[in-house]
Write a protein that binds this ligand. Structure first.
Ligand SMILES: NC(=O)c1ccc[n+]([C@@H]2O[C@H](COP(=O)([O-])OP(=O)(O)OC[C@H]3O[C@@H](n4cnc5c(N)ncnc54)[C@H](OP(=O)(O)O)[C@@H]3O)[C@@H](O)[C@H]2O)c1
Length: 283
């Protein structure tokens, strides 16, 4: 199989390239500089050169507040980008997997969001990602959309590494305690993306580590505990106190109603995944 990964220098992109390469697949990873997903002519050139069977799109503008302040740019990268990739995949007969977000939901529901729940994004970022899902699916029927949330891993702007590094210096830190999500370890997500490519059933999937989910405060405390540090260094604050430009959902926990039906086991618990991250990836 020939696999192209876009956004290959990002947190998830790195994990996807590493995982697919470790399986002996032929992988071409393109970072933002090597391939801007909104550059149609470069995209055609890359497809001519690489002749992929599968494209895994990890490229996105993930700065949630930046998107709020520049909706045109957000739309261009997060909505038009996946559509262009889907067009290119359709022409080449290649499968497309594109990553979306828990922020497509408004957060008003109690409990977990499944694929049966109606998205209702509150932020420009969430709206642009939802538009990207829809445009990609419309452009190419062989598209798999994977929604995930609270992704952590090495590389990129990494909340957990920052938390651990600060705690090692004895510094206290603040983390949001009143909004919930389902943490997802990038290498586990990468494994599941590859499995979904093998199963090859188009549709929308929710992929997160298992468990009841947590807040950033709980997430940070678990990381400190796994690193043998003092969890009391984390101070919980409220989402509202941060006064950021973009609204965030108060609850964006995800659950999948499809994975088990197609024979995929739940991913490890998020607590175990944080332990794995601290053992393998944390500075
Ligand atoms: N992180 C999370 O908690 C989270 C949660 C839910 C869903 N997601 C989704 O998961 C996917 C991967 O996110 P991530 O956490 O790995 O984010 P990330 O570390 O910010 O990686 C995104 C990558 O995309 C690149 N990029 C931006 N614009 C591009 C363009 N026009 N063409 C090509 N590449 C471009 C960025 O490069 P530059 O930095 O050089 O611009 C960056 O390397 C995204 O679809 C994101 O929406 C993330």
């Amino acid at each position: 199989m020939k696999i192209i990964v876009t956004g290959a220098a990002g947190m998830l992109g790195r994990a996807v390239v590493a995982h697919c390469t470790s399986l002996g697949e032929s992988v071409a990873g393109f970072d933002h500089h090597a391939l801007d997903i909104t550059d149609e002519s470069k995209l055609s050139l890359v497809f001519e050169q690489e002749c992929p069977n599968l494209l895994i799109n990890c490229a996105a503008w993930t700065d949630v507040d930046g998107c709020e302040l520049d909706p045109v740019r957000a739309q261009g990268i997060n909505a038009r980008g996946p559509e262009l990739l889907a067009d290119a995949c359709r022409r080449a007969g290649a499968q497309l997997i594109t990553i979306s977000t828990d922020y497509v939901f408004d957060g008003d529901k109690d409990g977990f969001y499944t694929q049966r729940d109606q998205p209702n994004p509150r932020s420009v970022y969430g709206a642009s990602k939802l538009e990207g899902e829809r445009r990609a699916q419309t452009a190419w029927a062989n598209t798999i959309v994977v929604r995930s949330g609270y992704i952590f891993g090495s590389g990129g702007t990494n909340f957990l590494s920052t938390v651990v590094a600060r705690a090692r210096r004895g510094e206290s830190l603040k983390a949001i305690g009143d909004s919930l999500g389902t943490p997802t370890y990038a290498p586990h997500l990468a494994q599941r993306l590859y499995q979904l490519a093998q199963v090859a059933v188009p549709g929308i999937y929710h992929v997160v580590n298992s468990g009841e989910g947590t807040s950033f405060e709980g997430f940070a405390r678990r990381a400190l505990e796994a690193a043998g540090l003092n969890g009391a260094l984390v101070e919980g604050i409220s989402l509202g106190a941060l006064k950021r430009p973009a609204p965030r959902p108060r609850n964006s926990r995800l659950r999948c109603v499809l994975s088990q039906a197609i024979g995929l086991e739940p991913l490890p618990s998020w607590q175990d995944a944080v332990g794995e991250f601290i053992a393998n990836d944390s500075p």
